[in-house]
Write a protein that binds this ligand. Structure first.
Ligand code: PEP
Ligand code: MG
Length: 826
């Protein structure tokens, strides 16, 4: 029997190793022969081989056909047609790539005439280290060697090593090792090597011929992404060759003994992972592109990296100290003292930014009057947990467990789920984790459940509604959660609850599962039970629900669509989907007050929680927690500290009384404007005892400090504005004082910065060009004429020796600030 599924490739990076791995796993379940034909280039490859799939050079929007021939073609057709339509387009992860294009280099560096090589920016950050060359390993050194292991034995050993490494790894590193395991077990690779061996070639020759053949196919690809997979093939080949020929000496153990910047033509992911990260400071690569696995790893480990640099261009600098700036895309060779000082200061400023952020991340989320509101993270898979806590999460407010069930052909078993929940709970330490039971069905179908197709899935057979039919699946999930609950503060949340009958049924199931665990002598932990409030009817019987559950979390995404009868995914009605509708705010008020009347905890985990504009309303509503995607956590904590909780409460009540969405928006706008900015003069912008060697260093540091303080988000651009003014006329005003200044869009909070220098620096070529006191004005454009007013006011004051001497001799930052405030009447 022969069947064919036509589809269009919707993957942004085409079919590369990771999506190919997914497709291959689904195809492998069937005995039929399955081929993928790319109708654009007529390439055909086995769908049961990752490398063959990759070799079809299938790119975004290519028309394709999956040709299935064999006894189970009918069954395969049913599964694959749905899979290709619904799951395959979603199985690739977006790769974050630095935007291409040159950046303008800062004048505080360029004024020192550095010797630079411009390079492609791959991983941001500045590195300083000795230049060490990583010599290419020529696979051909194995060509004449006799293997002491068979292919199968070598493969077995490499597989075991990779599995061990994968167990110790996490995040991107783990994903990449898994992709390498896929390549190692690939049908095409295995058939090719075995084929060459049975034709009489030595194992080494067979591997080399296979690498050459696969490389040729990949290099013909029009996709840079697929070309970059050649390094992965070489990586696996090298590991196989070294394992099969232990007597051949190849120095892949490249020992770094001091802070180093490694330069290499090709650096495979395994070679990168083999470098001692205590000493590896930066990478300069000849050929790598942004999506090569080595570069993805460099970004994951915060190692600055650039590419497009010929090794010969740096050859004579081996062993010398140099700098790499991955954000600017430069390598600075033979740095002079001034150039070295620039980079060292830039590194110091970057550390200050990091320190300011980390100080902030660990601060408890609260308003400026001390009202606490927990800021938690929404996650969909285990690896997200650790990074969510690193980004300041105070708990996990929503773990969408359905993701564990999707993208596969059978449900995860109890052990797999237990491992996943335990991993998240352990990452959380003593913070709470809200595990939502599977929200499957309706718009999130699973092939293996064979749920009926529905006309109105959002109002249909989903979430808690399907649990009675799939009781074993639900019980398995509850068992896994209860067992994992021994490892942390566990809260279980049931989605789509609308009646008391439903939650009572869930509680009965929990009792059954606990009894089973007790009978089996299987230890388990305590949990709190809660529901998602996403169906508006719940709001009317909050008093009844409070008798049944421990907590609530509002699913604003669904609650908005159900309240307003607007499909959340339908573009035609998107304009009507708005959680600022006064009706929605009143519903929110009913839920929160209903919960609070019985001392129950109530959070919110829909997208609304991360909306900065709406934040004062959510604070005013009296929620205990907001849960959101991890990157929004720190900015939300920052914004929260600007609000007064009583003002937010008044705002919320006023908004509930509004007639229209526009009225609510106008209220929010007025509220935002009434919030005070950072003060113009503040001790955080005063630097005393500065050891600057040049005007460049002074400007770099003062502008950089504004970045550290969150007063500008575009340091480079602001610095360029200051220099632009400086190039028209010098801002040195004589008597050792300078007032560099700009009125710019690049400053978020208008600021007056001060630097008092320990020794004078040359500001301009004139006689009176030495400066030891810098007052920098950076004012934003909506400050009217304040810029010139402050500048001329200062210039007038500086004529007086007493004013100058007071500034030069005051002992603290605070004294200087209050003196300037009164003298300038600010
Ligand atoms: C919600 O509905 O607001 C919610 C958080 O759940 P989901 O988006 O997963 O339906
Ligand atoms: Mg929902």
């Amino acid at each position: 029997m022969k069947k064919e599924v036509a589809f269009t490739c919707e993957l942004p990076n085409g079919i590369h190793a990771r999506p190919a791995n997914h497709l291959e796993a689904v195809c492998r379940q069937f005995s039929s022969d399955i081929k993928l034909k790319n109708l654009r280039n007529e390439n055909t490859g086995s769908a049961k081989s990752v490398l063959s799939l990759v070799g079809t050079d299938t790119l975004l929007n290519d028309p394709c056909s999956l040709i299935i021939e064999g006894d189970d073609a009918e069954a395969a057709f049913d599964v694959l047609a749905t899979y290709l339509r619904e799951e395959f387009p979603l199985c690739d992860e977006e790769i974050v790539v630095m935007d291409e294009g040159d950046v303008t280099l800062p004048q505080s560096l360029m004024n020192h005439n550095p010797t630079l090589i411009r390079a492609k920016r791959l991983s941001a950050g500045i590195a300083k280290g000795k230049l060490i060359r990583y010599n290419d390993i020529e696979l051909s050194v194995f060509e004449q060697e006799i293997a002491s292991l068979t292919f199968e034995q070598a493969k077995q050993q490499v597989t075991e090593t990779l599995i061990d490494k994968a167990e110790l790894a996490s995040g991107q590193e783990k994903e990449i090792i898994k992709a390498h395991l896929g390549i190692l077990n690939d049908e095409t690779l295995n058939e090719k090597v075995s084929g060459f061996v049975s034709n009489g070639e030595s194992l080494a020759k067979a591997i080399l011929l296979t690498v050459a053949a696969i490389t040729e196919t990949l290099m013909q690809s029009s996709s840079a992404y697929l070309k970059e997979r050649v390094l992965d093939i070489k990586d696996i080949a090298l590991q196989l060759l070294m394992t099969a020929h232990p007597h051949v000496e190849v120095t892949t153990d490249f020992t770094l003994t001091e802070p180093s910047i490694v330069i290499a033509n090709d650096l495979t992911p395994s070679q990168f992972l083999g470098l001692d990260r205590a000493f590896l400071q930066g990478l300069i690569l000849t050929q790598a592109g942004s999506t090569s696995h080595t570069v993805i790893l460099a970004r994951a480990f915060n190692i600055p990296a650039v590419s497009g640099v010929e090794i010969d261009a740096c050859a004579k600098h081996e062993g010398e100290t140099l700098f790499v700036d991955g954000g600017l895309g430069i390598v600075a060779l033979a740095p002079s003292d001034a150039v070295a000082t620039y980079f060292e200061r830039a590194m110091w400023l970057a550390e200050q930014v990091k320190a300011a952020e980390s100080e902030y991340l660990n601060l408890q989320a609260q308003t400026k009057d001390g009202h606490k509101i927990e800021i938690a993270a929404n996650i969909a898979c285990t690896v997200e947990a650790e990074s969510a806590f690193a980004k300041g999460a105070e708990g996990i407010g929503l773990f969408r467990t359905e993701m564990l069930f999707m993208d596969r052909s059978t449900a995860p078993d109890e052990q797999e789920q237990f491992d996943a929940y335990k991993e998240v709970l352990e990452a959380a330490g003593d913070k709470a984790v809200i595990i939502r039971s599977m929200d499957i069905g309706g718009d999130k179908p699973l092939d293996y459940l064979n749920l009926p197709h529905e006309h109105n899935p959002f109002l249909g057979y989903r979430a808690v509604r399907i649990y009675p039919q799939f009781l074993a699946l639900f019980h398995t999930q509850l068992r896994a959660i209860l067992r994992a609950a021994q490892y942390g503060h566990t809260k279980v949340m049931i989605p789509m609850i609308q009646s008391i009958e439903e939650i009572r049924w869930v509680k009965a199931q929990l009792e059954i599962v606990k009894a089973e665990l007790t009978n089996d002598n299987t230890p388990f932990g305590a949990i709190e039970l809660g529901i998602m409030v996403e169906i508006p009817s719940v709001a009317f019987i909050m008093d009844q629900f409070c008798k049944e559950v421990d907590f609530f979390s509002i699913g604003s995404n669904d609650m908005t669509q159900y309240l307003l009868a607007v499909d959340r995914d339908n573009d035609n009605v998107a304009k009507l989907y708005n959680s600022l509708a006064p009706s929605f705010l009143r519903l929110l008020r009913a839920v929160v007050s209903g919960a609070q009347a019985h001392d129950k905890w109530v959070g919110l985990c829909g997208e609304l929680g991360a909306n900065k504009k709406v934040l004062p309303l959510l604070v005013g509503a009296g929620l205990n927690e907001l849960s959101m995607a991890a990157p929004s956590i720190a900015p939300t904590k920052a914004a929260l500290r600007q609000f007064d909780s009583e003002a937010c409460k008044a705002l919320f009540n006023e908004a509930c009384d509004c007639a229209t969405i526009a009225d609510v928006e106008a209220l929010l706008e007025a509220f935002a404007q009434s919030q005070e900015d950072k003060p113009l003069l503040d001790v955080e912008c005063v630097l005393l005892d500065c050891d600057f060697n040049s005007k460049e260093e002074a400007i770099q540091t003062l502008v950089g400090n504004l970045g550290v303080r969150g007063r500008t988000h575009v340091v480079n651009e602001l610095e360029a504005d200051i220099w632009a003014r400086e190039s028209v006329f010098t801002t040195g005003l004589g008597n050792g004082f300078a007032i560099p200044h700009t009125k710019s869009d690049n400053i978020a909070h208008s600021s007056i910065s001060i630097a008092r220098l320990n020794k004078p620096v040359i500001w301009s070529d004139d006689e009176d060009g030495a400066v030891e006191f810098v007052i920098m004005l950076t004012l934003n454009k909506n400050q009217g004429d304040q810029h010139m007013r402050i500048f001329s006011g200062l210039a007038r004051k500086l004529i007086h020796e007493s004013f100058r001497n007071t500034l030069k001799t005051m002992t603290t930052e605070a004294e200087i600030i209050s003196y300037l405030q009164s003298e300038l009447s600010l």
